[in-house]
Design a binder for this molecule. Structure first.
Ligand SMILES: *Cc1c(COP(=O)(O)O)cnc(C)c1O
Length: 397
């Protein structure tokens, strides 16, 4: 069967999977392409985005924050206001609709912080699909409220005890389940990662963020932003917002990775920020930048935000970086926590710790920019899920 979409982003991406999974990837790509060309599918997706997710999410002018920083005007794209509290629901619902289209009835998903697990369980409940979520036991202990949420939504949460008992091990288990049950099961991957067609498909479902943001900037501000900033875990919220501006060469695109305890400490998840540990490699079906040990094993990562704590980055980001169309930097745990507190106090918005990395970058850049310049920050999610972490990190407030 001919390939329907380009499977690679320059030298990155591809399909590095066991032969038994190839039919499932080919079936998925065919279903995705036919859905993209089917106005009825688009209508169903758009309707769910409006009536269930609450889209379009607003564009909010951060007036007090902008005044305090004294430079560029800062606008926030409010994915924190989407149902379930983050952008992940856009992709979960898009893929769940494809599952119905393929005539499958069961989804497996992986989750670290639990946000993608909650989004998948929500989509499964809405569309009447069976849902199994794999989650490392370390993450289960850290993210108890999200485990309860998934169970309330009717999902089965399967604890993963292998490896470091975190996200990468949960992905391994989800893939194992998928290989075994591929006839009736879809792997609902939560970021712009994995083998083709996942990175393209996830970007497409998340591109609603960039499409809305571009229209809102033009309608409400009367111009495009000078700079768009988003945090980058696997890279789905970033590629979603970037996709709305990537053809506007004058708009600068900035991705922010997790700097953890600082690059020099080695405890971080800055795949582009640490040439001593990041090399191109293959992980979970795709070729991209991976933090590795000297022997090529997956390095351990650290971030205060579970959603950015992963050793690899989506392949399209690797290409955008090579092309110098997007630029990547990092914010440390400390900088993210400062961004978190600043946004709480100046704007009355409690952001996710992941999104706080993007806020931290805006805090660094805005003062050096002119007052007639504009920064758009993608606020990928809300911080309710992070309150325990924040209380622990900040000690007595
Ligand atoms: C999962 C998550 C992220 C990181 O994932 P991406 O695929 O890089 O977007 C960022 N922000 C929030 C709120 C998340 O839940």
């Amino acid at each position: 069967m001919p390939t329907l979409l380009p499977p690679k982003f320059g030298p990155y991406g591809g399909q590095f999977v066991p032969e038994t999974l190839m039919p499932a990837l080919i079936e998925l790509e065919a279903a995705f392409v036919s859905a993209q060309n089917d106005p009825e599918f688009q209508r169903t997706f758009d309707k769910l985005m409006a009536s269930f997710v609450g889209r379009p999410t607003p564009l909010t002018y951060a007036k007090r924050l902008s005044e305090q920083l004294g430079g560029a005007q800062i606008y926030l794209k409010r994915e924190d206001l989407a149902h379930t509290g983050a952008h992940k629901i856009n992709n979960a619902l898009g893929q769940a609709l494809l599952v119905k289209r393929m005539g499958k009835h069961r989804i497996v998903a992986e989750t670290g912080a639990g946000q993608h697990g909650v989004a998948s369980a929500t989509a499964a409940a809405l569309l009447g699909l069976e849902c199994v979520v794999y989650m490392g036991t370390v993450d289960i202990a850290r993210q108890e409220p999200n485990v309860f949420r998934m169970k309330l939504l009717g999902a089965t949460v399967r604890p993963v005890t292998s490896g470091t008992q975190t996200l990468k091990d949960a992905i391994n288990e989800a893939i194992r389940d998928w290989v075994t049950n591929v006839r009736d099961t879809h792997y609902l991957l939560g970021s712009a990662l994995g083998p083709h067609p996942y990175p393209t498909m996830v970007r497409t479902f998340q591109s609603v963020i960039g499409r809305e943001a571009r229209e809102q900037m033009l309608a409400e501000v009367g111009r495009l932003p000078d700079t768009v900033i988003a945090c980058v875990g696997g890279g789905s919220n970033a590629i979603g917002v970037f996709s709305g501006f990537v053809d506007d060469a004058e708009v600068e695109l900035i991705g922010v990775e997790a700097g953890g305890s600082g690059i020099a400490s080695g405890k971080h998840a800055a795949r582009f920020g640490d040439p001593s540990k990041a090399r191109v490699g293959v992980i979970h079906g795709t070729r991209t930048y991976v933090l590795q040990t000297e022997d090529g094993q997956i390095a351990e990562t650290h971030s205060v935000s579970a959603g950015l704590d992963y050793a690899a980055v989506g392949p399209e980001h690797a290409q955008l970086r090579d092309m110098e169309r997007a630029f990547y930097t990092s914010a440390t745990d400390r900088e993210a926590l400062a961004g978190f507190q600043t946004l709480c106090r100046t704007e009355g918005i409690i952001p996710a710790l992941e999104s706080s990395h993007a806020v931290a970058e805006a805090l660094k850049r805005a003062p050096g920019m002119r007052k007639d310049q504009v920064i758009l920050v993608n606020l990928s999610g809300r911080g309710d899920k992070d309150l325990n972490t924040v209380i622990k990190e900040l000690g007595q407030l």
